[in-house]
Design a protein around this ligand. Structure first.
Ligand code: 13P
Ligand code: SF4
Length: 348
């Protein structure tokens, strides 16, 4: 049985009120918004997590694709994978609780080998990170000697350890452009590889991208019909997508960018309707931040990200299970850190 704080009813009501102020415009699912009753149920958990976090000098980082009770209830920072890697790098906390998927928490541990890094969801995978091993990267390298190797941050420590530079969706185009030569190996996202090739051509710095065969099981489901249907149903709608989507889909969109790039696009736009070809959590963040705008979301839920919840976050803080404590082999971590440090250097 988990230890919960013994808090006064008035404190719980105040917390529920705070949460409802943040979540009232946010969709819980396709049909419902978060209610005051939901917030009342959440409040004892968010209060307990906030208290245990303070006592242990822990920081909670939550990816935008986790659920809004985590993002708005307990996270110190939420954002995309690059922003959270930066926060992990800058943090002075003793413990990092990473509400996200395994490769993200693993990256935080590689950056901070002396800190305790916890992931509430345990070994939450990612169809991209799970698609390739370090050995397969070595083989690709051997087939293309001298060609620089970029790995998407959505990869295992072992893959990162065998690459030259790590990238995220927020900096992939700029870093790819900075690489020497006319060829580039990019792993493990074959759909993003096509988007890189197209973007570099558009920038007049073309390169041939040699890719492996992974894809994101959320973003690779979008088809050109989804964009066409959105435009037919909502005249004037702006359609945005993540670069993990198929290039034919991206070509039809008004904006293609990372999770934080999409937020910036919506924020800067005077338009009122947006079609979101991405994960539901980002739609929720936009609903919270821009209640005056309408977000149409055909579908797309990352079941790995959604394994994080208030209960396992509290439990990880109090008594973490072994699978919630991130460990990385020292020599792999050392080699992987080089590619992550190179990203921080080139992303400046
Ligand atoms: P971001 O780099 O945009 O956070 O993307 C991470 C991810 O997993 C997208 O599916
Ligand atoms: Fe991986 Fe896709 Fe989930 Fe992102 S949304 S964590 S790429 S499976």
């Amino acid at each position: 049985m988990l230890k919960m704080l013994d808090v006064k009813e008035t404190v719980i009501l105040q917390e529920a009120h705070r949460l409802y102020g943040l979540l009232r415009y946010v969709s819980k699912n396709k049909a419902q918004k978060w209610t005051y009753e939901d917030c009342l149920q959440m409040a004892p958990y968010t209060l307990s997590i906030q208290q245990f976090k303070k006592e242990q000098n822990a920081v909670i980082l939550a990816h935008s694709y986790t659920t809004p009770d985590l993002v708005y209830g307990v996270a110190d920072y939420s954002g995309d994978s690059f922003q959270l890697a930066q926060k992990a790098q800058q943090s002075s906390a003793d413990i990092i609780v990473f509400a996200g998927v395994w490769f993200m928490a693993e990256t935080a541990k590689i950056i901070n080998p002396s800190k305790k890094v916890l992931i509430p969801a345990g070994k939450a995978g990612c169809s991209l990170a799970d698609s390739m091993t370090g050995e397969e990267v070595k083989k690709l390298r051997a087939q293309h000697p001298g060609v620089p190797v970029l790995c998407y941050i959505n990869s295992s420590a072992d893959v990162k350890a065998n690459c030259d530079v790590c990238v995220t969706s927020g900096n992939v185009f700029d870093i790819a452009q900075k690489m020497p030569g006319k060829e580039l190996i990019f792993v493990p996202d074959m759909l993003m590889a096509k988007n890189i090739e197209a973007e570099l051509l558009r920038r007049n710095t073309p390169k041939k991208i040699i890719a492996s065969g992974g894809s994101c099981c959320v973003h690779d489901k979008y088809r050109t019909e989804h964009v066409k249907n959105l435009r037919a149903q909502y005249p004037g709608i702006k359609v945005v997508a993540h670069p993990e989507c198929d290039i034919e889909v991206c070509k039809l969109c008004d904006y293609v960018g990372s999770t934080s790039g999409m937020m910036k696009y919506v924020s800067a736009s005077t338009e009122k309707q947006f079609g979101m070809l991405t994960e539901f959590g980002l739609v929720n963040r936009l609903e919270a931040q821009f209640p005056e705008k309408k977000f149409v979301w055909p579908f797309g839920i990352c079941s790995y990200m959604k394994k994080n919840n208030l209960l396992n976050t509290l439990q990880a803080l109090i008594e973490p299970r072994e699978d919630q404590q991130v460990q990385v082999d020292e020599s792999v971590a050392k080699a992987a850190k080089k590619s992550i440090d190179k990203m921080f250097e080139l992303a400046k």
